[in-house]
Design a protein around this ligand. Structure first.
Ligand SMILES: *Cc1c(COP(=O)(O)O)cnc(C)c1O
Length: 953
């Protein structure tokens, strides 16, 4: 009986997730010369790493059943009113934004905008984000997202170190009044770099001695709005850079840090419409003053021009990024928080500057009401200047007050035994304030108190904002819901995402993000929790987390997993920190060499440097495999100093290296640990487990293998999985020790204890609906699909590497270099011509320059795979017949409808290549974009309209 006709639909989801049906699988196998998936996999995957035993995972359930179970888990989370603050606040996601962005596959299934011509919509939303942050910070430019506030502060630490001329050994000075998780993450990151961190009460001025950077929180963690102008001046006089970690809503009514000379402003855009989600994901941000743009980590959207001279957006200064600069990179950040930055910027577009100011003023009014009520009752309020957080001194009574508020359904922050803080937000009502006042034993009359307030803000005159922000017309044009709905639709229509066509990105596993997996993340039972709420309020979440950790342990064959890292890059860092701590725990202080094959992803080397290691590159042979002789030589050269080898498996060349076991042995014999980059786990789930065939630690990318959507470049989740011997060295958290191993930990690598917990229902649902057999089948079909594509294209483009029996793993590299040499047609020409076919290009020039890497994933059906192959084959013919057609690609409607047409091919040949149905044509909004022009004329926030018009010829 087939799944689809069974009375019990358990297991049916796998047949929805996996693209090719049984007949197509059989036909594809037949063309490859195999009778079954098992036979194919036996030939493709080395026997030395194979495991016969099925995964010990719960039996699959249907979509309805998975959702019912998730509803039960969500129901076991208690969503109280959280006034804990500490950088996380309740907020209203405007329904038009929730539905049009967060719940809309056109936005959430998009890839990182490396192909700018098909990414103009999300690039515009990101440019809006940069403009918003730049204006609020009062600085020259901002990036379009970092991972969270704490890691943004840590990025500011290293940026300051590079930019300051202070002597080596000078410390980074941090204010005691920063959020504790921010300080902890900064310490984690400073320690392996040998950078001293000095904590001091900066309200009392700077400590004596050298320093290269200063970090303050604005307003402080307990709510004080302090005038730091003198502090900034003093720091500058001593050659240090100043970073201000700022609350963006507060900045709507407070003086911008840039106005007092701050060099860097970081923070979280969470309260701009992004649910707390038990800690994330949210967009961290960073803005810098002029002169620091080339040191800015993360992605930067800039304005350039296209082939017709029209303005067009693109990622600027990409040469700064880790994938180019590797161990010389300024940061390891790769996947960021694009979807969340898009939501936050859209929140600002929808509300506009006046709406944002009104929200900030309402929040401030609520805080003043609370302040008034507490003072009237004789409760001592600590700060006179504040924005949204009122800190009360209640000697010896903190626990009692917090408990009383809790009984009324409100979480307050216990600062210490004598202090309680309450942070109000966009959703705070008079009833909430009454509950808080009551908890303090004050008279509950917020409505009455509020009515008596005048308009004077509770900050000293010089601290209020006097400069306008968000003056660009985009922030005042879409305030009705109809206008906003259409603006978001217009932007989405400019882009290609998975909801249009296959995205064949090597190394990035752009598979289905099923609707049933996505639905739960916006349920209040998951979206509404504060990450530092008392643990008994998150029972459902913690069960979900424990399930997922257990399942990932089972899938990988390791001993323990931490879900804290909020991207693969952060998992890498956490894994390397665990290795370093392990060596130290055994008295092996001198192991600091990290061996990295030349084919590795750029984040590997960048992470190794952040973990305090020296990178030694190991050569690859001409088959793309790790050169064992070179490995042995490098190991011998660094005898006694080998800390780790980082190896990607299957390799970044898309091949199951036969020698993996031997490679692991060589490293272990030298006393090193094997870090296996798990980004390619989609080729192994259910077939082989890295923890069993020789590796000690891996990060996984849940936004690749386990169905979290790419979101246009984030969010991600990058759990780190380790052998039991490394478990004591997993990440921890200063406020929620339950998430980690305790004192042996190197510290937190993210602001929240379980990182981006809000999106963990996605992989949970995926594993639960697939079951062990479904996951294994998915892997087999991923390998089948890749080999199908490789075989169909082999006569047209040489496939660069293959493993045993001429088979590839889950992806393949097409070598374009011979074609380029013979004809001048480049990977770019092919990539841009694919746009005319409605396809996103494969990964370009990674890991080998001049090549295209294709990873189809199991979710693409045979028709789509063939349509993609047909497009590439048609392009190969055009190389010979119409090379200018490729050089001119992509062809916009405006280009093919121009009055003049002097090309040797027809307008229809340009616009309607053979694979395209005319009715369903995707029209790119811009022609090919000039990258160099953008970098030479860097414009990284929305320029005024007149300027854009001026640029037109
Ligand atoms: C994607 C990827 C990474 C980095 O992961 P992020 O989540 O983008 O930080 C590391 N290594 C490889 C091989 C990858 O493909």
């Amino acid at each position: 009986m087939s799944d689809r006709t069974a009375l019990d639909p358990s297991g049916a989801f796998a047949s929805r997730h996996i693209g090719p049906g049984d007949d197509d699988q059989a036909a594809m196998l037949d063309a490859l010369g195999y009778g079954s998936l098992e036979e194919l996999v036996d030939d493709a995957v080395p026997a030395s790493i194979r495991e016969a035993a099925p995964l010990d995972l719960p039996a699959p359930v249907s979509e309805a059943e998975a959702l019912a179970r998730l509803r039960d888990l969500a129901g076991r989370n208690q969503v109280l009113t959280s006034m804990i603050g500490l950088g996380y606040h309740d907020t209203v996601t405007p329904p038009v934004i929730r539905r049009s962005i967060l719940e809309n596959p056109a936005w959430y299934t998009a890839y990182t905008p490396y192909q700018p011509e098909i990414s103009q919509g999300r690039l515009e939303a990101l440019l809006n984000f940069q403009t918003l942050v730049t204006d609020l910070a009062g600085l020259a430019l901002a990036n379009s997202s970092l991972l969270d506030e704490a890691t943004a502060a840590a990025e500011a630490l290293t940026l300051s170190r590079r930019a300051s001329k202070a002597p080596a050994g000078a410390p980074f000075v941090v204010d005691t009044a920063c959020h504790p998780q921010t300080l902890a993450v900064v310490r984690t990151r400073a320690e392996p770099l040998g950078i001293p961190v000095v904590e001091a009460d900066l309200g009392a001025g700077l400590p004596e001695g050298d320093l290269f950077g200063v970090l303050v929180q604005y307003p402080t963690t307990t709510g004080l709005v302090r005038d730091d102008a003198d502090l900034v001046a003093a720091a500058h006089e001593r050659g240090a850079l100043v970073t201000v970690a700022a609350d963006p809503l507060a900045l709507c009514v407070l003086r911008a840090p840039g106005e007092i000379g701050a060099d860097v402003v970081v923070g979280s855009a969470q309260r701009f419409g992004v649910p707390m989600g038990f800690g994330g994901p949210h967009a961290g941000y960073m803005a810098v003053r002029d002169g620091l743009q080339r040191s800015l980590p993360g992605r930067l959207v800039g304005v350039s021009i296209d082939a017709d001279g029209d303005p067009a957006l693109r990622l600027a200064l990409q040469t700064r990024e880790q994938h180019i600069r590797r161990e010389k990179a300024t940061s390891n950040i790769c996947t960021a928080q694009v979807l969340l930055a898009v939501i936050a910027s859209s929140y600002a577009v929808y509300h506009g500057p006046d709406g944002l100011t009104a929200i900030a003023e309402r929040v401030h009014r609520a805080a003043r009401t609370l302040d008034r009520g507490l003072r009237a009752a004789g409760v001592e309020v600590v700060h006179d200047n504040y924005f949204d957080t009122v800190c009360a001194r209640v000697p010896g009574r903190a626990d009692e007050v917090v408990a009383a508020a809790l009984a009324a359904g409100v979480n307050l922050r216990r600062v210490d035994e004598d202090h309680v803080a309450a942070s109000v937000d966009e959703v705070t009502t008079a009833a909430h304030l009454d509950a808080v006042l009551d908890a303090f034993g004050a008279e509950a009359d917020a409505a009455g108190l509020g009515a008596e307030l005048d308009d004077a803000p509770a900050v000293a005159a010089g601290l209020a904002r006097t400069t306008p922000f968000c003056t660009h017309p985009v922030f005042s044009s879409h305030h009705s819901e109809t206008a906003m709905l259409r603006y978001l639709r217009r932007l989405a229509d400019r882009d290609v995402a998975l909801d249009r066509s296959m995205i064949p990105l090597g190394s990035c596993t752009m598979k289905l993000n099923a609707a049933a997996e996505m639905e739960p993340i916006t349920w209040p039972g998951f979206a509404g929790l504060h990450p530092f709420a008392p643990l008994d309020q998150s029972e459902g979440y913690r069960e979900l987390i424990a399930d997922l950790e257990r399942w990932l342990v089972e899938v990988t064959g390791y001993g323990a997993v931490s879900l804290q890292p909020n991207a693969g890059s952060q998992g890498e860092l956490a894994g390397l920190l665990a290795i370093a701590a392990y060596h130290r725990s055994r008295g092996d202080e001198d192991r600091d060499v990290c061996l990295i094959p030349s084919s590795a992803h750029g984040t590997n080397a960048a992470s190794a440097v952040m973990a305090g290691m020296r990178v030694v590159v190991v050569a690859c042979d001409d088959q793309g495999n790790v050169d064992l002789d070179d490995l042995r030589a490098k190991v011998a050269e660094a005898e006694g100093a080998i800390a780790a080898l980082m190896v990607t498996y299957p390799s970044t060349h898309g091949v199951f290296e036969e020698a993996i076991g031997e490679i692991c042995d060589v490293v272990h014999e030298a006393g090193g640990q094997v870090y296996l980059d798990g980004a390619n786990l989609n080729a192994m789930v259910g077939l082989a487990r890295p923890g069993r065939f020789g590796a000690d630690v891996s990060h996984l990318n849940l936004h690749k293998t386990f169905c979290i959507p790419h979101g246009g470049g984030g969010p991600g989740v990058g759990p780190v999985a380790v052998g039991s011997h490394l478990a004591p060295f997993l990440p921890s958290h200063p406020l929620v020790p339950e998430c980690g191993p305790g004192d042996t930990s190197p510290g937190p690598v993210a602001a929240a204890p379980w990182g981006s917990a809000g999106i963990l229902p996605i992989p949970w649902a995926y594993v639960r609906m697939m079951g062990g057999e479904g996951l294994r089948r998915a892997t087999q079909v991923a390998i089948l699909n890749a080999n199908h594509v490789a075989r169909r294209l082999a006569d047209h483009y040489p496939v660069l590497y293959a493993g045993r029996n001429g088979l590839v793993a889950h992806e393949c590299i097409l070598d374009i270099r011979p074609l380029t040499k013979a004809t001048g047609i480049t990977v770019d020409d092919i990539a841009k011509r694919l746009i005319d076919h409605g396809f996103h290009a494969p990964t370009m020039s990674f890991p080998v320059a001049g090549t295209l890497m294709v990873e189809p994933t199991e979710s693409e059906d045979r028709a789509e795979l063939d349509r993609f192959c047909d497009a590439l084959i048609a392009i190969r013919e055009e190389v010979d017949t119409q090379p200018d057609l490729l050089r001119g690609a992509p062809w916009t409607a405006s280009a093919v409808l121009a009055d003049e047409w002097e090309h040797p091919f027809t307008r229809a040949e340009a616009a309607f290549p053979g694979t395209v149905s005319r009715a369903d044509k995707y029209w790119p909004p811009v022609r090919r974009i000039d990258g160099g022009h953008g970098d030479r004329n860097l414009v990284c926030s929305c320029p005024p309209m007149e300027e854009l018009v001026d640029q037109q010829p």
